[in-house]
Design a protein around this ligand. Structure first.
Ligand code: SAM
Length: 249
């Protein structure tokens, strides 16, 4: 009673739902969903007949308050999004914040998340990484944003859509240079799952070679910035070393 469950659902392969997620979806009084039609198909597949409640990004703040009122009256509610973990580039933030403020119990039911799924198979360092979600839609803003990441030492994870994959990679090429290598993970857990690492310029060529490669859902992962040997020392130290070298026999 009076519990909000944050339930992760699959990002493609319907087998990627946990037993706990299924149990929870069966038990709750109401399922709040980003898109009730989309989640309805998953529930149908799982044989679950539940009452649903729409919670889009654009009406979340107002709807969240209505859900909080139901929770206060003792309802149990599960929040799901179209794919993966709710709140990770999906609605739910206002609802969770409101619940925690009202001291309503919030229980996470973990599962698939595209960022983590891609990262763990990328071959890039995973000890420290940052999640950058979607880049800005306009090129100027995107380039400014990417420029700020030029010296980011952590592995950087982005989400990208089929509409902008080429434009975003072109801007990455401008900012990071053609040799910077990048991991593209597309259609994770689905039949056409592809995880490929190439220098940015070659990745663009690879995508353009076959228009089908530009379709689907993408995670892009960049290796963090590491100083090269030349840059490791500050300029004053390099100058001193050069002078010492001249003095030495
Ligand atoms: N909540 C989701 C999660 O936990 O990953 C993310 C939702 S966000 C609106 C959708 C984006 O996630 C897509 O544009 C893509 O970048 C990424 N994504 C989702 N499913 C994916 C998949 N199967 N393969 C690759 N990327 C995926």
């Amino acid at each position: 009673p009076s519990t909000l469950y944050i339930v992760a659902t699959p990002i493609g392969n319907l087998g990627d739902i946990t037993l706990r997620a299924i149990d929870t979806l069966k038990q709750v009084d109401l399922i709040a969903a980003e898109d009730t039609r989309h989640s309805g198909l998953l529930l149908q597949h799982l044989g679950i007949h539940a009452k649903m409640y729409p919670l889009h990004d654009h009406n979340e703040q107002q709807k969240a308050q209505q859900l909080v009122e139901k929770l206060k009256l003792g309802a149990s509610i599960a929040l799901v999004s179209d794919a993966g973990t709710p709140l990770i580039n999906d609605p739910g933030y206002h609802l969770v914040k409101a619940c925690r403020k009202e001291r309503i119990k919030v229980v996470p039911i973990p599962g698939a998340c595209a960022a983590i799924t891609a990262l763990c198979a990328s071959g890039l360092p995973t000890d420290r990484f940052c999640y950058e979600g979607f880049l800005p839609a306009k090129s100027k803003a995107r380039i400014d944003y990417l420029t700020k990441l030029l010296q980011e030492p952590r592995t950087v994870v982005f989400y990208e859509s089929t509409h902008r994959i080429i434009d975003s990679l072109n801007d990455m090429l401008d900012v990071f240079g053609e040799d910077k290598s990048i991991v593209l993970a597309k259609e994770l857990t689905k039949s056409w799952e592809t995880i490929i690492e190439l220098p940015i310029s070659q990745l663009i060529i690879w995508l353009k070679e076959d228009p089908n490669r530009q379709k689907g859902e993408f995670v892009l992962i960049l290796e963090g910035y590491h100083k090269t040997n030349d840059e490791e020392l500050d300029p004053a130290a390099i100058k001193l070393l050069n002078r010492l070298q001249q003095e030495l026999p």
